[in-house]
Each structure stands twice: as C-alpha cells, then as structure tokens.
Ligand binder design. Structure first.
Ligand SMILES: *Cc1c(COP(=O)(O)O)cnc(C)c1O
Length: 319
C-alpha cells in the first residue's frame, strides 16, 4: 500500500511553497452571508499562480524529486489545470517536462502549457489509453509520472490552501471543498483535523458524476461513466486509492450540485464579488447552498478551487 499523507506532510509542503505559491486572499460577502445566515470565508484559489490550487500540489511533488529524478524529468497527463501546474513548477525548478494532452484539447491550453516550456505530446483520446501511454513514455524516457491527485506529495501540497485559511481566520464549523479525484479535499481535511478539529469537512461533486459520494456510501471505490457536466475539473470516474482512504477517515460527507446551480454561483461570483470562477470552482458554494444543512450562525469556509475558463465560454454560460 502506498504511503498515506499526514498533516506533517502538509506542513512540510507549506515550507516548500513559501515564496513560490501565492498566499491567496480570503474574501467575505455580506450578500452571501445573508443568503445562508452564516459567516462565510471564501479561500480564493482562482487567484493562485496559473489560476488554480493545482500549482500547490504540482510544485510540492516536483520539489520532492531526487537529483536523479530532476535530471530525467517529469511526465504528466492532463488536459486541464494539472498540466499547467506541472509545466510551470518544472520551469521554476529547472526540470524537463513532457505533458500528454488529447489532440482535441483547447488550443489555448496547449499553448499555455507550451508557453511554460513543457514539451506537449498529443494523443488520440478515442483510440489511445492515456494512462498506458503515459506509463510507456515515462518508462522509455526514465521520467517520473506525477498524477493529478492520487499521490501523497500532491495531496500534501493541496492541503496548504486550507492550512492558510485556518491560520488566517481561525477555527471553522464547516468547510466545503470542490471534489474531482479528491486530492484537494484530502489535503484540506488533513489540515482541518489538525488546525480546527471540530470543523465538519464536506466535499461537493457534480450531480452528474457522484463517484466519490457513491464510494463514500459503499465503503469502497466505485467507478462510474465519464460524467457529462460543465464542471470539467471534476469529470473523474472514481476516487483515487490514497484519496479515498483519506476521505473515508477524515471527511464528514459528500454533497452534489447541478450544472444550473453552478451557473448561478458563477453569476453570483461575477456580479457580487467581481471574480471569474470556473464551473468546477463553484461546486463548494453551490453545495453549501444545496446541502440543506442548518448553517445558521455558523462559521463556514468555502474553497474556490480555480478560475480558468475561456471568456467566450464564460459568456456563453452566464449570458
Ligand atoms: C483539479 C480541480 C478540481 C478537483 O480537484 P481534485 O484534487 O481532483 O479533487 C477542482 N477544481 C479545479 C479548478 C481543478 O482544477
């Protein structure tokens, strides 16, 4: 069994990220507080470097490489924020990077990844299995594969966002976190257990793809079809092996949000808080609203995971 990360790993990640990751702002909104009858604290990872929390995990994982690993380089497969996180971290640390991306990935994302100096290898997502291809390429080139969530150093890095939140605002009653493969919530839950032990930690998934909710209920990892949702950062089919272990013992429950509820939150963030938040980043607030939990008078943390969305797509969704 792979190593399960602890809060000490999160604290060590925070030291590695010092001066590299932004300490993202925590915002409040009277309007949101009134709607929920609670005091909300928004941890804004949409203002993290490269636009999402994934820089934290990527940079931490690459910082833990041995000299030999650094020389040979890193390989990642992703069409989204993890690709850019690994590419940027590799550039900062002087590590060669190759990123496997689907041929039909948005040109903008391919360009951004190349812009960070990474070699982009395109594959046909309908014909080739990216995990098999990734493993083959990594093997041939001696590169280290860094997965987007199911890795102790990635999880520890992601947890530094909640660590910063608790250190800034103190203990909370509830914390809502967006969930894809579960890396972010795993790290955040480890931070919560150490820094705010009574805080309930809730994950939020797209209603169209509740693999973690099903797994949580079943007590074992459940695999689903690729969910159709606008939350493209949370289209995972099952939780990771490590993330599921951490979630099972440190998370209180999983809620879901529909695409309509996500769009409503995108509008709210844009109109009232003057922020562009990508659909996946809206899961936490949408889930808090849809949870049915009595949040009256509670101190509630909302982790906004990222803000990367093309403007035309943003306009199409909120227009
Ligand atoms: C990757 C990602 C998620 C999901 O994170 P996991 O660690 O896979 O649960 C949520 N929001 C954004 C913006 C992401 O990029």
């Amino acid at each position: 069994m792979t190593r399960i990360p602890t809060y000490d790993d999160v604290a060590a990640a925070a030291r590695r990220l010092q001066g590299q990751a932004h300490k993202t702002p925590v915002f409040t909104s009277r309007t949101a507080d009134t709607q929920l009858g609670a005091q909300l604290y928004f941890k804004c990872e949409n203002f993290q470097r490269m636009g999402a929390f994934k820089f934290r995990g990527g940079f931490n994982a690459l910082s833990c490489f041995t000299t030999e690993q650094r020389k040979r380089g890193v390989l990642a497969f992703s069409s989204g924020n993890h690709a850019q996180a690994v590419a940027l971290s590799a550039r900062i640390l002087g590590i060669p990077a190759a990123i496997l991306m689907p041929q039909d990935a948005p040109a903008l994302k391919v360009a951004a990844t190349r812009g960070y100096g990474a070699e982009v290898i395109l594959y046909d997502r309908y014909k080739e299995d990216r995990e098999a291809l990734g493993r083959k390429l990594a093997g041939e080139r001696g590169m280290t594969l860094v997965p987007p969530y199911d890795h102790p150093d990635v999880i520890a890095g992601q947890g530094t966002s909640a660590k910063e939140l608790f250190e800034e605002v103190g203990e909370l009653d509830h914390l809502f976190v967006c969930v894809g493969g579960g890396g972010l919530i795993s790290g955040c839950a480890l931070a919560a257990r150490a820094l705010s032990p009574k805080c309930k930690v809730w994950g939020v998934e797209p209603a169209a793809g509740n693999d973690v909710q099903q797994s949580f209920a079943a007590g074992k990892r459940v695999k689903i079809e690729v969910p159709r949702t606008i939350a493209d950062g949370a289209q995972t089919q099952s939780p990771g092996e490590i993330t599921f272990e951490v979630i099972r013992s440190n998370v209180d429950g999983i809620f879901t949000a529909t695409d309509e509820q996500l769009v409503e939150c995108m509008k709210f963030y844009a109109e009232r808080m003057k922020m562009i938040v990508e659909p996946t980043g809206c899961l936490s607030l949408a889930g808090a609203k849809a949870s049915g939990l009595d949040l009256k008078g509670a101190r509630v943390g909302i982790v906004i995971s990222g803000g990367n969305i093309d403007l035309p797509r943003f306009a199409e969704l909120v227009g």
